[in-house]
Design a protein around this ligand. Structure first.
Ligand code: NAP
Length: 282
């Protein structure tokens, strides 16, 4: 996008708040590198105005948009078509216009899986351990099921919320926090979906010093947080000999897959990654 013209096509991201979103940075970097006449802009939309926003974006000819907190789950009921994957997660983060209205899917799942697939492990023998049971954990669990993991172990601080989360998928087993030491000794893949350790609390970690020593050498530790980079969890785990995966990879890959859906052509993933690294000063 060199200049905005009368022909410029619109993409964007919808959420509340939206000021923190990094999506405009990486999508506009990709659009510019591809030399396309598109622009990707933020839309701040209050929950009670979501139906009006969808009608308005359609009337304005917006081609597609990402969806973030707090609309990922509620938007599902307002779409004319929802992919089976998004139904399985119970959330949509990517929407595009069809002749019959807005259609949606979930690219967080494949964005989460992209760096894992490169590691080529015997997934059907691995029982991952997931910390937290919020929105991101839903995409993580569906991704791990997709990968072929036979059992997904989830730990969280509120037993009621944890068991209601686990009830959604037969492969998920809920464990009390007291099981953490034993599960860490056994696990080959640990995923943090809690915000513990996220900026401005980079000194924190979901694993205290005594627990992180139980992370096994060679285990994969995947933290969905992307600032700071690396998080304390990742740097502590690397000291134990673990392989660290950071949230920036999930963020970049979910965005790249969304852009491919809208453009129906390959996108420059490395440019998207680099634009975020530059923006974040990494
Ligand atoms: P969410 O829906 O609010 O879920 C947060 C989860 O963490 C809940 O299970 C919550 O439990 C738990 N939690 C929060 N504070 C905790 C604490 N002090 N101790 C123990 N558990 C705690 O948030 P989300 O949308 O899933 O996002 C979670 C994290 O993932 C954020 O850091 C976000 O930036 C990151 N994320 C990254 C990407 C990416 O592309 N890399 C995508 C999505 C999310 P309670 O319900 O009991 O509070």
């Amino acid at each position: 996008m060199e200049i905005i013209t009368g022909k410029t096509k619109l993409l964007g991201v919808m959420g509340d708040p939206i000021e923190h979103s990094l999506s405009p940075v990486m999508h506009n970097a990709a659009i510019q590198a591809l030399g396309l006449d598109y622009v990707y802009i933020p839309f701040a939309v209050k929950s009670e105005l979501l139906p009006q926003a969808l009608a308005g974006l359609q009337a304005l000819g917006v081609q597609g948009f990402n969806v973030t907190i707090p609309h990922k789950q509620t938007i599902i009921n307002l779409l004319s078509e929802v992919s089976p994957l998004a139904q399985q997660v119970g959330a949509t983060n990517t929407v595009w216009l069809t002749p019959s209205g807005w259609a949606g899917t979930n690219t967080d799942v494949e964005g989460f899986l992209t760096p894992l697939r490169k590691l080529n492990r015997p997934w059907s023998e691995i029982k991952p351990l997931v910390l937290g049971y919020g929105g991101a954990a839903r995409a993580v669990v569906v991704g791990l099921i997709e990968l072929g993991c036979p059992e997904i172990r989830v730990i969280g601080r509120n037993p009621e919320k944890l068991s209601s989360f686990a009830a959604n998928w037969s492969q998920v087993r809920a464990y009390p926090t007291t099981s953490l030491p034993q599960l860490l000794r056994e696990t080959e893949l640990l995923v943090n979906t809690t915000p513990i350790g996220m900026y401005p609390h980079g000194e924190q970690s979901p694993l205290e010093a005594d627990l992180v020593t139980l992370v096994q050498p060679g285990a994969i530790v995947y933290d969905l947080i992307y600032t700071p980079n690396p998080t304390k969890l990742l740097s502590d785990s690397q000291k134990q000999g673990a392989i660290a995966l950071d949230g920036l990879e999930m963020l970049v890959n979910q965005g790249a897959i969304a852009l491919e859906i809208w453009l129906q052509s390959p996108v420059p993933v490395e440019i998207m990654r680099q634009s975020l690294r530059n923006y974040l000063g990494l």
